[in-house]
Design a protein around this ligand. Structure first.
Ligand code: X8Z
Ligand code: ZN
Length: 656
């Protein structure tokens, strides 16, 4: 498809070779020609994006935005040309390809060349600002500057209220200067979307699901309704533990919400770093992935040290450290690759190991946010990460490789079908593998010492829930905000207010200090300046449980869902690969049915998986007043979103 890997911002660029439409060209021939032109221009355009993400300078941004400009001009031209085939005789595949063509960018550009160029400049600038974002404190010799990775480490490791608050607030200064750019960006993509026949860019985003925009919005509400009670239980339990750690005064904020800076994660989307506070049974054993990886790093370090010989100076010692970091990052990646090859999938090509970015370079700014890249639709696949030896990064590698295996599997499709069945599918592949990382699997790779007791089970479930369940409302709220921004129901004068209203409503999270309109907190999340639609991740967090169950069935597994691993099972691997190969060549409903037996997204498998934990949480929360009150009910977005119209604050429900 005309996007790159799904982690990547859309919209690329092309040398405009603009071959003229041959006389008497049929629709099928037209589609074949576009596929062909696109395949040819693709590698150089992705190269400019790779450069600008792995070497942030004014020059690489200029090149990236120029390529973007050329590509989006070409895309508008193709779309224009395609109009003459509307209503004409063509194969169903061509009709689908032409529908997908219109949806192939998340950044619809105005036809006006000046506005189009302005749009691509803004996009590159915002991406650069995010990647190079730095928070400095102190003056002169005492000045200390930190980037996102270091500030995230503070939230991961510190339990000091003010230290965490400083790191959280510090990162959120980086996005303040993006506000004006973002506002203009919205105007420009809306103009582009309107010219393509959509009401606004949000409606265009919602049009990529083989159902109407209103239907997919309603689907996300329905799915959220299914899992919300589980989230509320986790929220309630977490609040009790935060109260115990920080005192009720500081462990919660108004209305019983969770303080944004205390959740171990900059965006409160994954609470796994609060394990020390939330672990149900500290003596029952549990996976310790971070611990195991750090040991591995130490072993690498000792080996590199021995290799370098005695009497090293500071600089040489530093080199030893870097070598050990690169070693562990590659070992983590090999481990993830092993999961895929155990299913019968191929090894990643040698060029992957040569050309990927595994750890953060020291000599330049890069976008550290993890992404997966298909450079040429012909085997040059790469990941770009700043890997550290911890659990979060370990599972993120599995996630990224999921994108790459999808790319490799559908590379034989025409370019317009080289995409996920829907974008949630692309995000769900690697995460399905993560669900199959059961305690037994982790034990087999030396990352868990857990026994088989009921207590160990609750520990394992909690570990998974802190990654998966805590994410759900976050996965929803980002695009609730953007849909509202695009359709005008959220105006620039209330960007930040609407953001926090939605955080409150869906996540039950609030900032500990006022966040007025001098801030632009949405810009502190990669996907906003990067313009990556986010509903995909919400859908992925539902779909991955459906895939997991489908593959467990394919593997002939009988037993409770949460215990299933299909590691090493070729039948499961074949089923998955068959799905990946299809790409976007048919409606996702058909693809889903082939893997799961159903053509509907459904959170039943999420609830089945977490049933033991949900029971346990209910017991823990007994007597507590769960739920929260978000003071400002937000009238938000998206036509066809029934939930948005109801007053927010639900549930101050007493547990029984
Ligand atoms: O952005 C990502 C991936 C790349 S597609 C690292 N994820 C979302 C995020 O970090 O916000 C994965 C889970 C959600
Ligand atoms: Zn992804």
């Amino acid at each position: 498809m005309l996007t790159l890997a799904s982690c990547k911002k859309d919209a690329a660029e092309s040398p405009t070779t603009a071959a003229h439409a041959p006389e008497g060209e049929t629709a099928d021939q037209f589609v074949a020609r576009i596929n062909d032109e696109y395949r040819k221009m693709y590698p150089e355009m992705v190269a400019s994006q790779w450069l600008s993400a792995t070497y942030i300078t004014d020059d690489t941004q200029l090149l990236e935005s120029k390529y973007n400009e050329r590509y989006l001009t070409q895309l508008n031209d193709w779309i224009e040309q395609s109009r003459k085939f509307e209503g004409k005789q063509m194969s169903p595949e061509s009709a689908r390809a032409l529908r997908l063509l219109k949806l192939s960018t998340a950044m619809p550009a105005p036809k006006d060349p000046e506005k189009l160029a302005e749009l691509t400049r803004i996009a590159s600038r915002m991406g650069g600002m995010y990647g190079a974002g730095t928070y400095c404190t102190g003056e002169g010799d005492n000045q200390k500057c930190r980037q996102l990775g270091e500030l995230e480490d503070v939230l991961r490791n510190s339990r000091d209220y003010n230290t965490q608050l400083d790191a959280w607030q510090g990162w959120h200064t980086v996005s303040q200067p993006m506000r004006k750019d973002y506002q203009r960006f919205v105007e420009l993509v809306n103009e582009g979307a309107k010219e393509m026949g959509y009401a606004d860019a949000g409606e265009m985003w919602r049009s990529g699901y083989d159902m109407t925009p209103a239907e997919i919005a309603a689907e996300t509400d329905r799915l959220w309704g299914q899992v919300k009670p589980l989230y509320e239980q986790l929220h309630c339990y977490t609040r009790t533990k935060l109260d115990a750690e920080y005192g009720k005064e500081r462990g919660e904020v108004t209305g019983g919400m969770l303080p944004a800076h205390l959740m171990g994660n900059m965006w409160q989307q994954d609470w796994g770093n609060l394990w020390d506070l939330l672990q149900p049974y500290p003596n029952a054993g549990s996976p310790d992935i971070t611990g195991a990886l750090q040991k591995q790093y130490q072993a690498n370090y000792s080996r590199e040290l021995a290799k370098a010989g005695p009497g090293l100076n500071t600089e040489q010692l530093f080199k030893v450290e870097r070598a050990a970091q690169l070693d562990v990052a590659k070992q983590m990646t090999e481990r993830a690759q092993d999961f895929y090859t155990s299913l019968g999938m191929p090894k990643l090509p040698e060029s992957y190991w040569q050309k990927s970015q595994f750890i953060k370079p020291l000599d330049r700014d890069v976008v550290c946010h993890a992404s997966a890249w298909d450079m040429n639709m012909a085997g040059d696949v790469r990941t770009k990460m700043c890997i550290k030896p911890n659990e979060e990064d370990f599972t993120t590698i599995y996630h990224e490789l999921g994108h790459l295996y999808y790319d490799l599997a559908y590379n034989k499709q025409p370019p317009l079908f080289q995409n996920g069945a829907n974008d949630g599918f692309h995000e769900a592949i690697g995460d399905t593998m993560v669900l199959a990382m059961t305690p037994d699997y982790l034990k087999s790779i030396g990352m868990s010492d857990a026994g088989l007791s009921d207590e160990a089970l609750v520990n394992a479930q909690m570990r998974m829930a802190l990654a998966k369940v805590s994410f759900l409302p976050f996965g929803l709220m980002i695009d609730r905000w953007r849909w509202g921004v695009f359709d005008g129901s959220i105006t620039p004068s209330e960007y930040n207010k609407a953001w926090w209203d939605l955080k409150a409503r869906y996540q039950g999270v609030a900032p500990a200090t006022p966040r007025g309109e001098d801030f632009f907190d949405p810009g502190a999340k990669y996907h906003v300046p990067g313009n990556t639609p986010y509903t995909r991740y919400f859908l992925s967090h539902i779909l991955q449980f459906q895939f997991y169950k489908g593959l467990c069935d394919a593997a002939g597994y009988k037993g409770p869902l949460y215990n299933c691993t299909f590691y090493g099972n070729k039948a499961a691997g074949q089923k998955f690969w068959a799905m990946l190969e299809k790409g976007a060549s048919q409606p996702w409903q058909a693809t889903l049915k082939e893997v799961t037996g159903s053509d509907k997204m459904d959170a039943g498998a999420v609830l089945e998986y977490f049933a033991p934990l949900q029971n346990w949480l209910k017991q823990q929360n007994e007597g507590q007043t769960c739920g929260w009150q978000d003071t400002a009910a937000v009238e938000t977005p998206a036509a066809g979103n029934p939930e948005a119209a109801t007053p927010a604050a639900e549930s101050a429900a007493k547990q029984d």
